[in-house]
Each structure stands twice: as C-alpha cells, then as structure tokens.
Design a protein around this ligand. Structure first.
Ligand SMILES: [Zn+2]
Length: 272
C-alpha cells in the first residue's frame, strides 16, 4: 500500500489517485503531517486518511487547500479539528459557489452523487492574501499567492528544505488545464512568477498528472501565453475564434473555452 506513495523530496510524499488523476501531497514532520488538498468527498477523504496511516504518517495537524474547487476542498470536514489554510478568496469561492459546484458534479458524475450529497462544505479557517509561513515541527512550509490563473485564489505550497513546489491547478500535466473559472489574461504572469521559484532540481507537483520540473513549467507558460495572445487577436477583430483555435497548443475542441474565456476577460465580463 505504502508503495503507492512516491517520496518526491525528503519526507514529502505524493499519492496519485485515479479519480481525476489527482495528486495529494503529504509533508511529514516528527509529530504531525500536513496535507495539500482533501479530494472530492468525505468517502475519498477517509480513503486518504487510511492511505496516510498505511504510509505511517503522523496525524494530520495541518491542511492546505490550493484553491476552492470541490476536488481539492470537499474532503476538508474529515480532517477537522485540524486548521485548514487557504487564500481568503478560497473561502469566498466555496461559500458562494460550493453548492453550485456540488450540483454540477452530481449531474456529471452520478456514481459519486450520493457521496457528494453528504459533503459538509467546510472552507479554510486560516486565511491570507499574499503569503504565509507554516511551521511543521522542524520544517517550514510556505504558502504563496502569485496572482490569478486557474481561479482567483490559487496558491502554491513550497517545502524549501525538500525543494518541492506544489502548484495546485495552476499547472496540469497531461491534460488541458481547466479554464472555466480562470483568468487567461493573468495566467501567463502568474506562471512566470511560479517559474521564477523553480530551480534546476525543484520537483513540481501539479494538481493533476505527473510531477515534473522546469521544462514542464516553461511549456505550460508558453501555452498560457498563446491563449492570451490568441484572445487578444480575436478581441481586436484580427482573426476569428475558429482561426484562433489553431494558435494554441491544445486540441481544438478543448482550446475553445480558454480562448472564449480570454476574450470575455478582455471585455471586462469576468470582473465583479
Ligand atoms: Zn481546480
């Protein structure tokens, strides 16, 4: 069982779940563990707890939500009374859109609808705007907000003593990132700021898909720049949306939403 965890840095473990190809990270100290994200349902969160026990991890003393999407935060309740950290707007997002997210997920995934129905949405109770440093035994874990991207509340989680960076859904490996709640015109600058924190040996753990390094962040950044540039040209009337689909390195059916969202942001439709 423990073999399904991968130690990507000193006492930093990643477990990749088939459901949504999602990565959950556990940072271990002597007496407590910190986990990054809590999965989609209480049932999935309890499975995560079992998997942490199988790993031999100390009890979960701290939880971090990378952002306010259901697959990252709906398991929160299971880890109480641990404090749960997140960006201030992660709380806002869960409070304002949590029930809508639940309804959408129930409709699209009938097999987990009953589990989703029982979720008690329990947003972070420890919040910040720009950065926070958490002490976990003898280790430090840094939470940093770099700007809008996948949502308006994505944070990254760094473990400096292990040279690991958890990117949440600012980066997805092997799939097109989800732009449905995103800010495509801001995402390139946010990804640039992230890249600046990635050293030659840094392990980058995306929200979904394989862990990677600098080259993956660079190629993701190029894609975000292409989406923003294509959106600008559509908005300016230089090209059609259909033409723009050819200009981004995503499969055409999946390129539509990012570009439409970029145009919507340029038109000011995402503010307020
Ligand atoms: Zn997400």
């Amino acid at each position: 069982m423990a073999s399904q965890w991968t130690e990507v840095g000193d006492r930093v473990f990643v477990r990749r779940y088939a459901f949504f190809d999602q990565n959950i990270v556990a940072v271990l100290a002597d007496d407590e563990s910190l986990i990054v994200d809590t999965r989609t349902t209480h049932a999935q969160a309890r499975e995560l707890l079992d998997d942490l026990r199988a790993l031999g991890a100390p009890p979960v003393g701290v939880v971090v939500n990378t952002h306010g999407h259901y697959d990252h935060a709906f398991g929160n309740r299971v880890f109480r009374p641990a404090p749960i950290w997140g960006h201030s707007r992660c709380v806002t997002m869960l409070e304002r859109t949590g029930d809508r997210q639940r309804e959408g997920a129930m409709a699209s995934m009938p097999d987990v609808a009953a589990d989703l129905a029982e979720v008690v949405i329990d947003p972070p109770d420890r919040t910040f705007l720009d950065r926070a440093t958490l002490c976990l035994g003898d280790r430090e874990v840094e939470l940093t907000y770099l700007g809008r991207g996948h949502t308006d509340n994505d944070i990254i989680v760094r473990v400096p003593d292990a040279d690991v960076l958890c990117a949440g859904d600012l980066l997805e490996n092997g799939a097109v990132p989800f732009f449905g709640d995103g800010f495509p015109m801001d995402w390139p600058a946010t990804a640039e700021a992230l890249l600046a924190l990635v050293g030659p040996a840094t392990v980058v753990v995306p929200g979904h898909g394989d862990q990677a390094g600098r080259q993956f962040v660079e190629s993701s950044l190029e894609a975000f720049r292409a989406v923003a540039a294509a959106g600008r040209r559509v908005q300016a009337g230089e090209i059609t949306l259909e033409d723009a689909l050819e200009l981004v390195p995503y499969p055409a059916p999946e390129a539509r939403e990012p570009i439409e969202r970029a145009v919507a942001q340029l038109r000011g439709e995402l503010d307020g």
